[in-house]
Design a binder for this molecule. Sequence first.
Ligand code: NAD
Length: 404
Amino acid sequence: MLITICGGGNAAHTLTGLLASREDLSVRVHVPYGDEAERWQQGVRRGGGITVHTPSGVRSGCPQLISRHAREAVAGSQLVILALPAFAHESTLQAITPYLEPGAWVGALPARGGFDLGARAALAACAAQVTLFGLQTLPWACRIQHYGRQAVVLGAKEQVDIAAWPAAHAPLIAARLEELLGVRLNPIADFLSLTLADTGQIIHPGIMYGLFHAWDGQPYPEQLLFYQGVDSTIADILQRMSAEVQDLRSGLEKRYPGLDLSPVRPLSEWMLRSYPAAIADASTLQSQFATNRSYAGLHTPMRPVVGGFAPDFQARYLAEDIPFGLLVTRGIAAVAGVATPVIDSVLGWAQARLGKEYLVAGRLEGADLAATRAPQRYAITSLGQLMSIYNHPQQPIGGTRDGN
Ligand code: NAD
């Protein structure tokens, strides 16, 4: 099988090493960003390939090709995996579209929110010739150790949900990817579930908000731990954000009998399901973060400044998880007429820190909406419109409520 991995960061390194270690697969890497193709080629020359240290052993393999050029890397591939932050999905999809093989599987690890909406827009007419898929999260917590040569898997999730478009293709893709990735994959009904089930949209902005919404601008003496920095106040914020997503889930399920959003799990349930063996103390949401071996030692995005460290508000915990996560869910809540006051507080704070304008007086009509995957960006402004995309065209009980 010929596989192309798009991306040059932690996930792409890990995936490339794991897949290229198998003799039955040919792996190509597409890295158009900066000088990454050259750096990766140099690394591979020095190390002979990519070595991945995992909790269950060391795997290594050499990609067949590393290229900044989409045609070289993508033409002929049966499986194209975007293993990069969601803000790079659109440009990557636009670059590879002309070279996609009809029938190819094209997906993202992880999808984050609204991947299907963004991918269908970016691929345009080509979308009908491929199958899209997305994973609810990356199966691993992983980091590059030496660029182009070595990565480490700090922890692996027990199971991950996967959605596809067309939805009926999900079981087949799940079975093949499960075998390739060595992680249990559960096919779920559709991308609507996957979007709402994105826990990164809660965890990353929620912890950033909890850590820094009252920050006085003074430098910190050292870089803060991220997940282990979750105290009971931050856990409460996460819990309340999760509860609002659950309100949205149950609101939609009530209006659309037959709609199954069961993969949209409360945060604590998702933690216990994803990391059953890695969590030492499962008694509270706070302890699930603080005692999770897979999260141990991971730092908060911060940058060195005079006198210490300052939060990095441009890092992906906001730059990815707001426009391609929480805002997508907020856009769905808007068309469903479900209130999300805690999420709104986090969004209002985060957009100011990012220097962006998404929400204006509670409405999704800010100047930067075009660089998000909120449904409103794709002119989806009613619940009926949204649900017809996911094959729930029947009139909802109680009628639709338009909104943005
Ligand atoms: P990363 O920060 O290592 O990825 C950075 C890479 O993305 C860059 O090296 C570059 O190759 C690519 N990139 C960035 N901006 C780009 C642009 N404008 N155009 C083209 N390419 C660009 O991210 P990662 O750790 O590999 O994570 C990938 C995805 O997995 C993200 O969605 C992340 O939230 C998710 N995730 C990661 C982990 C983890 O442990 N690494 C865990 C859970 C989820």
